[in-house]
Write a protein that binds this ligand. Structure first.
Ligand code: G3P
Length: 517
């Protein structure tokens, strides 16, 4: 065991919309042990999307326990794990009682659209126009702020806790940091700048809570505990794991999952971009140390901020609400297949989409459209239509939205992107990635090591503690040498792509204006 005992490792928690995972990476950025658990998503009403906050925490601790068993079975020991990083689904909110540490209600998940009417009301506020310059985000059902306001107005238990100044608020990172630190035993209540930049409460320039933003949402800060905002790579603010097989190990990295994927892809230079096909799909474009406020429906966000004395790095983001969840919909709701790979096989069973377009607007349409009353719309069905056509149209929906985002990004930044780094579940489908290259006219580059989201948080954690990686250049060099990279270049006739995209745009228009009857 001599040699194996000298290596060092970093743990990484990845808490996503449909599953939680824990990875242990070695110094070559390869995962040596991992575990994944899917948990239940709740849809109590049309447009509502909830998680049980205890499921999120319990699934994380079970993943840690199971991955640690595999790690120890390989001859390694806990003492070799230098720190843990955390990455998470963003915008989703958890409200808990700061006296008891218990959740006050289910988490309201990022695609939830119950706030649609509230958003319309807030758009009539005289300061509405100031929001993008202050926080970088357009007002929509997506950010955390509107979810909290909705609960304060409609959920009695949350309201009472607020009135009695017992309410603790956080995004999923804050909730997990709090729980992993033992909850009320240590009361660690922190978030990082990338997560805080999704709430609409943080000023994008100062990286602190902004009184004007908080006043806009009518929130009284004396009645709600907000997490302390820290840098994404920080040895002191996120505490350490209180119990279980990693008890005593420091949490030194914290990043929203899309930021984490950008870091894991080593997108450290302005002009680099990545697209992650998870439950949703999120394209982040590194714009450097000054935020770019979009004029074309994109979001300005903190990409990452490593060390309180360093400059934050910002991104322009295009967020698509439905990607992998569209594939899941075909499997779970329509019974098309039992495994996601089979959806690609179905799509491959036909030579093209047969004229079918599927606007998968299950949560309205996000960037760059922001149509909150859009509903899923299947367009172009005839007697010729087979399941394969619908499967293909579902995969294409994400590719069309990515093209629309790239066009908006080009207008905002003045640069045409040449290469797009990809990762996430759907990126495993060669057909989808070739379609993405064809539809967007951009080279698509898929790395060999695709656990980039988890790796990003591991990088953030490792940089904050001694004896691990010491620079972003060092990590970039390690990743550059990895095998298995695949490049997809645009091949389809551009006139044909134009016709397909015209049909998509028509279908987007048809998806508007649905009301609940
Ligand atoms: O903004 C929501 C995003 O962070 C969710 O990511 O991977 O769960 O689709 P994912």
């Amino acid at each position: 065991q001599g040699d194996v005992q000298e290596e060092w490792f970093i743990g990484s928690i990845d808490q996503g919309t449909t599953s939680s995972r824990f990875f242990i990476f070695n110094s070559q950025a390869d995962p040596v042990a991992s575990h994944q658990i899917e948990f239940e998503n709740h849809y109590p009403e049309s447009g509502w999307h909830e998680h049980d906050p205890n499921d999120l925490y319990n699934s994380v601790t079970t993943c840690i326990e199971e991955a640690m068993k595999k790690f120890i079975a390989k001859g390694y020991s806990k003492s070799q794990i230098k720190a843990v990083g955390l990455t998470n689904q963003r915008e989703t909110i958890v409200c808990w009682d700061k006296n008891t540490g218990e959740p006050l209600c289910n988490a309201v998940v990022w695609p939830d659209t119950r706030t649609k009417d509230l958003v319309r009301e807030l758009k009539t506020h005289p300061n509405y126009g100031k929001l993008p310059n202050l926080c970088g985000l357009p007002l929509s059902t997506y950010p955390s702020s509107v979810k909290l306001v909705w609960l304060l107005r409609n959920h009695e238990v949350v309201r009472k806790a607020y009135d009695e100044a017992r309410l603790a608020f956080g995004t999923v990172d804050s909730w997990l940091v709090y729980k992993l630190n033992g909850g009320t035993k240590n009361n660690v209540h922190a978030t990082d700048t990338s997560n805080a930049s999704r709430t609409m409460f943080m000023n994008l320039h100062t990286l602190q809570y902004d009184d004007e933003l908080i006043a806009f949402f009518g929130i009284d800060r004396t009645k709600v505990a907000l997490p302390t905002i820290a840098s994404s790579s920080c040895p002191s603010k996120y505490g350490s794991i209180y119990e279980g097989p990693l008890a005593g190990i420091k949490i030194s990295g914290c990043l929203g999952d899309q930021s984490s994927a950008l870091v894991g892809q080593c997108g450290f230079q302005p002009g680099q971009a990545k697209n992650t096909y998870g439950t949703g799909c999120f394209l982040l474009y590194n714009v450097g140390s000054r935020p770019v406020i979009s004029q074309y429906g994109l979001l300005a966000t903190v990409a990452y901020h490593f060390g309180k004395d360093s400059q934050p790095v910002y991104a322009l983001e295009g967020s698509i609400a439905v990607a992998g969840s569209g594939v899941k919909f075909l499997m779970n709701n329509l019974g098309f297949a039992y495994e996601s790979d089979k959806i690609t096989d179905l799509a491959r069973s036909v030579k093209d989409n047969g004229g079918v377009v599927f606007v998968t607007a299950f949560s309205g349409l996000f960037a760059p459209y922001w149509i909150d009353d859009a509903k899923g719309t299947l367009f172009g069905i005839t007697q010729h239509t087979q399941r394969g056509h619908i499967a293909r149209a579902t995969l294409e929906a994400t590719c069309f939205q990515t093209r629309a985002i790239l066009e908006a990004m080009e207008k905002d930044s003045g640069h045409k992107l040449e290469a797009l780094a990809v990762d996430g579940g759907m990126s495993n489908s060669d057909l989808t990635m070739q379609t993405q290259a064809d539809i967007s006219g951009v080279r698509v580059e898929r790395p060999g090591m695709r656990e980039t989201t988890a790796l990003g948080a591991a990088i953030a954690a490792a940089l904050a503690v001694p004896g691990c990686w010491t620079s972003l250049d060092q990590v970039t060099e390690i990743m550059r040498k990895k095998d298995g990279r695949r490049v997809f270049t645009p091949e389809m006739d551009q006139k044909h792509v134009r016709r397909m995209y015209d049909s998509w745009e028509r279908a987007v228009n048809m998806s508007r204006g649905w009301v609940k009857t």
